[in-house]
Design a binder for this molecule. Structure first.
Ligand code: FES
Length: 110
């Protein structure tokens, strides 16, 4: 009698994830989603970008998007919301880009 306790319900790893309404991303700013390791920005109206939220300096999570820059709290590296490039601080590498799209008004990062 097989004691099939294979309750490994492989939690359907969604290929992409709806984070929130696109309307919640400010134009010229962005939001950090630390749990998903992503920062979503809207450099200009209707144009969305997404980047890894892990700082390329020493791996802290970036925390805020201020004045068009994504800020890491650990050593004050700053990255451009348009392309994740370094605009200040000790980081040398840009934040890696992620794919982002808007589906039914929701932000989807893949
Ligand atoms: S870890 Fe981000 S600035 Fe050092």
């Amino acid at each position: 009698m097989p004691a099939a306790s294979a309750a490994a319900s492989s939690a359907a790893q969604a290929a992409h994830e709806v984070l929130l309404s696109a309307a919640d991303i400010p134009v010229g700013g962005g939001r950090v989603f630390a749990d998903q390791d992503v920062v979503v920005t809207q450099p200009s109206a209707g144009e969305y970008q997404a980047f890894s939220a892990t700082c390329t300096h020493q791996g802290c999570k970036v925390r805020d998007v201020v004045n068009g820059e994504i800020i890491c709290p650990c050593h004050d590296s700053a990255f451009a919301i348009a392309d994740g490039s370094v605009v200040g601080g000790p980081a040398q590498q840009p934040l890696p880009e992620k794919s982002v799209s808007v589906e039914d008004g929701g932000i989807v990062v893949t």
